[in-house]
Design a protein around this ligand. Structure first.
Ligand code: SAH
Length: 223
């Protein structure tokens, strides 16, 4: 009897965690990066809950997108300086020889510099590779990618790994990226879960609206 009620309680807790994760996730995809920073600063426990939920989701996928970025970096010189926007648990930094600046809202690892990704403490044109691995969450995409443009050297690389279903119009997205100062170098659309897009910085971001720069929020279904 007590075994049954413990199992029931565990199931209820699981459901509650799932519901809170989906709620937090929705907040992150429907607000600006500043809202996200405010949310997690006010409630660090929410951040840890979010991350547990994130891990559970990604474990269902055949491959973690960050592994693609790791493989990409290993093919290139280890002397390249990297900035990882929304680094999570710093898997990237732990997996390559490069110097990696890790940015996130709450430190899951001592390597993390806590900040909003729309404003990172790096000098202009100081990094060779900027990475957003499942991290383009805020609605202020133009500002966030503008920050990546600012810190990247001319000709530097921008790597974006994002959930495939978030792209409503990939061509419009790539066109908008041109306006933000990024030329498309390669795109790997082979996984049905996520896309990996590689860009090169061609110059500073041009001001003005970039209408195609839209990604759908990634909302998870209740299971
Ligand atoms: N890149 C990691 C983690 C992806 S989860 C990986 O691939 O495993 C997305 C990460 O972006 C989370 O850790 C979340 O906290 C972070 N994030 C979301 N909004 C952010 C913001 N405004 N500034 C910095 N990090 C942010």
């Amino acid at each position: 009897r007590s075994g049954r009620s413990a199992a029931l309680r565990a199931r209820m807790e699981e459901r509650l965690l799932g519901a809170r994760f989906r709620y937090l996730n929705q907040q992150l995809y429907t607000g600006s990066s500043r809202d996200a920073a405010r949310l997690f600063r006010a409630d660090p426990a929410a951040f840890h809950l979010y991350h547990r939920g994130f891990e559970r989701q990604v474990r269902r996928w055949p491959e973690r997108p960050v592994q693609r970025i790791v493989r990409y970096l290993r093919r290139r010189p280890a002397s390249l300086v990297v900035a990882d926007f929304g680094c999570g648990d710093c898997t990237l930094a732990a997996s390559v020889k490069n110097q990696v600046h890790c940015f996130d809202l709450v430190p899951l690892s001592p390597r993390v510099t806590v900040c909003d990704m729309a404003k990172v403490p790096l000098a202009a044109e100081s990094v060779d590779v900027a990475v957003f691995c499942l991290a383009l969450m805020g609605t202020n995409l133009q500002e966030i990618l503008g920050e990546a443009n600012r810190v990247l050297k001319l000709g530097g690389t921008l790597m974006v790994a994002e959930v495939a279903s978030r792209f409503e119009d990939t061509r419009a997205f790539l066109r908008a990226m041109t306006q933000l100062g990024f030329r498309s170098v390669s795109k790997d659309l082979s996984s049905s879960y996520f896309y990996v897009l590689e860009f090169a910085k061609t110059g500073p971001a041009r001001p003005g609206p970039a209408p195609g720069l839209r990604l759908r929020p990634c909302l998870y279904k209740r299971r």
